[in-house]
Design a binder for this molecule. Structure first.
Ligand code: NAD
Length: 506
């Protein structure tokens, strides 16, 4: 299982520049390791300056013709693309699971949530329509065009190597833009499989380009004159940097960042469904979802459910993502595991009660994997590091409050604003909650309320910088510039009504 692969059998993440998949000329490479075994399965380059420049220039040149390609042609590429993704989903899910660690069904879910965006992109004929108003003045009409803006860049995180790139480039290019993608350097292989399918579906040369690397590539994309818009998804520290740098250089930016998602449980909630939802959303994908439940707030008598939550968490099977029946796979890297272990220790040191300790989990046959079992803390207070910081591992922290209003106040005082859940059978309580809670995405008896692509991803406050979110209607605004045209046509019979020196149309 741990036998090293020879260099020839390693998967190399290629660059995509002007329609050609090429090997980077760089001397700087990073290994891609299977998080369950540490086996090196591939390698990814840190693109050179010249390669970044070539990718951006290819996108800049391709924009001149792509922006005038008919809507029908763009839609048909997306129709073909969704078909190819569907046909290759399981194959890519296996690659994704091997490089990222999530289970195969969850990897298929990662691809499916991206596929839904591609399906939606195929409706661009109605999504990109402008507005028309006749007779805004005498024989004067006004209409709007939603025109593409040029070269757009996307920078993506490790936790959804399929879904998040698919939030970005299909919507950008179907609007008539061209794109340079910088996938996560931790798990770019599955992303590259999706990129290959986009080219197979008919995306022309230069319309979609890919460079790899880290900070240097990201900073180059954020500051290059040809790049007009930057979409970023990742941690708060990097997202804040990207937002500032790209904004300083005059670009549109959307930066979707870290989270601390609360699940508020009222005592009238459906007990079985709620406990299942908390365990699934807290520990699924090893807690490495930006919308994972990471804080449970038990209101009043709901605190009596805590022992049952611990028992439910104990039933989850920790194993490699490719093993059937796995509930919790490894975290993505040794560094990620070390970070989570440190945070768990801080919880112990700062006085929280460790009800379930996943630190010493052993997985037979995968002894060197980055596994952490489900971990639950109670007696957590808001000043503790485990409450304040995003843990991004299979760790739930539990707080108790006396009332729904106290829970709302707690959640609203947390700086993050990505997602929140309420578990209740009371419509009145749910309505009060949805109106008073200051979080961009709310689930009522839904633990991970990621909107489908007909809506937009609307994380808020400390989880987002920029006005417009990924996919849905908001991203059409993000990836297009509105031009307003006001028109009057004269015919021979038009009466000469003299010179108009006022600002008014007549
Ligand atoms: P990350 O911020 O480390 O990396 C994201 C991207 O930024 C990668 O492509 C990486 O190469 C690049 N990068 C890393 N360091 C950089 C630097 N110093 N300067 C410029 N670029 C740099 O994030 P990650 O660990 O890959 O992903 C996990 C994080 O992403 C979590 O915080 C999670 O909450 C967040 N996330 C948020 C959302 C959302 O929609 N809000 C969705 C998914 C993930």
């Amino acid at each position: 299982m741990n036998s090293p692969k020879s260099p020839e059998t390693l998967s190399t993440a290629h660059l995509l520049i002007n329609g050609a998949f090429v090997n980077s000329e760089t001397k700087e490479w990073r290994d891609i390791a299977n998080p369950a075994t540490q086996e090196v399965i591939g390698r990814v380059p840190y693109s050179t300056r010249q390669e970044i420049e070539a990718a951006i220039n290819a996108a800049h040149t391709a924009f001149q013709s792509w922006k005038n390609t008919s809507i029908g042609a763009r839609m048909r590429i997306m129709l073909k693309y969704q078909d190819l993704i569907r046909a290759n989903s399981l194959r890519i899910a296996k690659i994704l699971s091997a490089e990222q660690g999530k289970t195969i069904p969850d990897a298929e879910g990662d691809i499916f949530r991206g596929l839904e965006v591609v399906e939606h992109a195929a409706s661009i004929g109605t999504l990109q329509q402008g507005e028309f108003l006749e007779n805004v003045a005498g024989k004067v009409d006004t209409y709007t065009l939603r025109q593409p803006i040029g070269v757009c860049a996307g920078i993506t995180p490790f936790n959804f190597p399929a879904m998040i790139p698919l939030w970005m480039f299909p919507m950008a290019i179907v609007c008539g833009n061209t794109f340079v993608l910088k996938p996560s350097e931790q798990d770019p292989l599955s992303t590259m499989e999706l990129v290959k399918l986009a080219i197979e579906a008919g995306v022309p040369s230069g319309v979609l380009n890919v460079v790899h690397g880290g900070k240097e590539v990201v900073d180059a994309l954020c500051s290059h004159a040809h790049v007009k818009a930057v979409s970023f998804v990742g941690s708060t520290s990097v997202g804040t940097h990207v937002y500032r740098l790209a904004s300083e250089h005059g670009k549109r930016v959307q930066s979707m960042m870290g989270a601390k998602n609360h699940a508020v449980v009222l005592p009238d909630a459906s007990r079985e469904h709620t406990l299942n939802a908390l365990a699934g959303a807290g520990f699924g994908a090893a807690g490495q979802r930006c919308m994972a439940t990471s804080v449970v707030v038990l209101v009043g008598k709901a605190q009596e459910w805590l022992p049952e939550l611990v028992e439910r968490a104990k039933t989850l099977k920790v194993n490699a993502g490719n093993e059937p029946g796995t509930d919790v796979g490894p975290v993505v890297s040794r560094a990620a595991k070390e970070r989570v272990l440190k945070l768990i220790q801080s919880g112990v040191d700062e006085g929280a009660t460790l009800l379930l300790d996943g630190r010493d989990v052993k997985v037979k046959g995968y002894e060197s994997g980055n596994f952490i079992g489900p971990t639950i803390f109670s007696n957590v207070t808001t000043d503790m590091t485990i409450y304040r910081e995003e843990i991004f591992g299979p760790v739930l922290v539990v707080l108790t409050v006396p009332t729904l209003d106290a829970a709302i106040e707690l959640v609203n005082s947390n700086p993050f604003g990505n997602g929140v859940g309420l578990f209740t059978q009371s419509g009145a309580a749910a309505r009060h909650f949805q109106s008073e809670i200051d979080i961009g995405q709310v689930g009522i008896n839904i633990p991970i309320p990621v909107p489908v692509p007909y809506f937009s991803f609307t994380g808020s406050r400390g989880s987002k910088l920029g006005d417009l979110g990924p996919y849905g209607k908001q991203v059409i605004q993000f990836y297009t510039q509105t031009k307003t045209v006001t028109v009057r046509w004269f015919d021979d019979a038009t009466v000469n009504d003299g010179v108009n020196t006022t600002i008014n149309l007549r």
